[in-house]
Design a protein around this ligand. Structure first.
Ligand code: ADP
Length: 487
């Protein structure tokens, strides 16, 4: 490969914005093709044929019959969808199901998920090795467990295959199935051992990806290091640590068009680093929306999150009395675990005008929250990268975050040294527990009381680069290295 120009990448993923999304993975898969195009990297995204995906692909897309895949007959539909070149595995028996991609109506994993994503990975490997209408990728980029088995098919197949990179977006989801699941997927029994795709007696899709892909990446340098420890590796720390030299941490960026405080149509009034007073209008609108008293002395904190243990929001419920004691208020948007939903709802009814809660998923409202709040709270127990703190920086909503994963890598804590050097953009706390969180809330309230200091931090946060430029270059470099090594 003489240069980074003309690299062709097959991106294999189960989620892609704006078609199908359950988490940050979808944002990354959706953003990378556009971010990589200026670097001469041509990305095509292979997706399962969920109803939303089939509806999005253009009418004049090409259709071809596919040979036998697990789960029966299938077709491949390829063409542009919303400006991205996509290929869709159209297998109605496997994917023509409404709602969440992974869960049935009973809220449990679909019982045939191994077939669904096994077929998907088989097809990915087939396209990678045989090409499609003369298009053959130089590199295969796999995302999370749903794509993981592709690496096994590539490595264990008879045909020469392009090199692969697997990105871990969240190691909590590993795609584990009983050993019998390997049979209909045509996986060689001889590889069912701990150095292969076995994970403690089960078939592990992500495990397979981590073993057979040529490189591994995850979405922040700190999370890359954390994943090699028992505390964060969720049982896969040994596999990852064994490949230490081939593990990269590449931060996620955000879409600077969708998340642009100057032109965002979903907020009350556009603003920039030069017009911070206009942000105040959004604050008023947000307070109204959550029935909060806007005139309090303290900052207006917000949370936009899945309400799960990972996100550490139980710690926030514990720290809430300190937040309220400082005259601050809180707006929460999220849904998830019942105990957290009821916990925040109770906090709202106990503290009218000070705590407001909307249970649900509301993209437009999430924009208003980023625009109107003074600070966004992200007290996650682990956080591979995190996106909401990046939106917070862009909208001058200073992030207050746990010092872990991508949160540690993207927010500069307002400690003495950082304040002296004039580089602070937010607040970090560690260890990850309620008391250190409450202390950080105290520090944020102190900083908020110093209007000059706060305004300087807001301006600095808004200038902090949070787009894809640097990270897209890092992916392009990794692809180029993979191609060079494989040549
Ligand atoms: P994760 O992928 O672990 O949920 P991230 O911070 O990486 O966390 O990405 C979460 C994404 O989902 C962000 O784009 C965030 O704004 C969005 N989000 C989370 N909860 C909600 C909600 N209740 N309403 C709207 N958007 C939400």
């Amino acid at each position: 490969m003489d240069s980074e120009k003309s690299m062709k990448v097959l991106s294999v993923a189960s989620e892609c914005v704006p078609f199908v999304k359950t988490g940050g993975l979808a944002d990354v898969v959706g953003a990378l093709p556009g971010a990589l195009a200026p670097l001469g990297v041509e990305v095509r995204v292979l997706m399962p044929g969920y109803p939303a995906m089939k509806a999005a692909i253009s009418e004049d897309a090409k259709t071809q019959e596919l040979g036998r895949l697990p789960g029966g007959r299938a077709r491949l539909i390829s063409g542009p969808a919303n400006g991205t070149d996509v290929m869709v595995l159209d297998s109605p028996r496997l994917f023509d199901r409404p709602g969440n991609p992974y869960l049935g109506p009973d809220g449990k994993d679909w019982p045939d998920n191994h077939l669904r994503y096994g077929a998907f990975c088989r097809l990915a490997a087939q396209i990678a090795t045989e090409g499609l209408d003369g298009w053959q990728p130089d590199v295969v980029h796999l995302h999370d467990w749903q794509a993981g088995l592709t690496a096994a098919y590539l490595k264990l197949g008879r045909q020469p295959a392009p090199p692969s990179l697997i990105t871990i977006h969240n190691i909590a989801f590993q795609g584990l199935f009983p050993p019998e699941a390997a049979t209909p997927l045509g996986l060689p029994k001889a590889e069912f051992h701990p150095e292969g795709f076995e994970y403690f007696g089960q078939l592990g899709f992500l495990k397979a990806g981590l073993v057979y892909a040529d490189r591994i990446s995850t979405v922040s340098p700190t999370y890359a290091r954390e994943l090699m420890s028992a505390e964060f590796g969720m049982g896969l720390e040994g596999v990852i640590a064994a490949r230490r030299a081939e593990v990269h941490g590449i931060l996620n960026g955000i879409d600077l068009e969708v998340w642009n405080p100057e032109s965002d149509p979903q907020i009350a009034m556009g603003f920039s680093a030069k017009t911070p007073a206009r942000k105040a209008k959004n604050r008023v609108a947000l307070a109204q929306r959550f029935k909060l008293y806007a005139g309090g002395a303290g900052p207006l904190f917000c949370v936009v999150s899945r309400l799960t243990r990972q996100k550490g929001l139980d710690l926030l419920l514990e720290a809430l009395p300190r937040l309220l004691a400082r005259g601050a208020s809180l707006a929460v948007l999220g849904s998830g675990d019942a105990d957290l939903e009821t916990g925040f709802q109770a906090a709202a009814s106990d503290n009218p005008g000070r705590v407001g809660v909307v249970i649900g998923y509301d993209e437009p409202l999430s924009h208003l929250m980023q625009a109107g709040a003074d600070s966004i709270l992200v007290p996650s127990r682990f956080e591979p990268c995190g996106l909401t703190q990046l939106y917070g920086l862009r909208y001058g909503t200073l992030p207050l975050v746990a010092r872990t994963g991508g949160l540690a890598d993207t927010v500069i804590d307002a400690n003495e040294a950082a304040l002296q050097a004039g580089v602070a953009t937010g607040f970090q706390f560690s260890p990850i527990a309620a008391a250190p969180l409450a202390d950080a809330i105290d520090r944020a309230c102190d900083a908020f009381a110093d209007k000059k200091l706060w305004a300087a931090m807001v301006r600095r946060a808004m200038r902090h680069p949070v787009g894809w430029e640097t990270s897209a270059a890092a992916y392009a470099k990794t692809y180029a290295e993979l191609i060079e090594t494989a040549a």
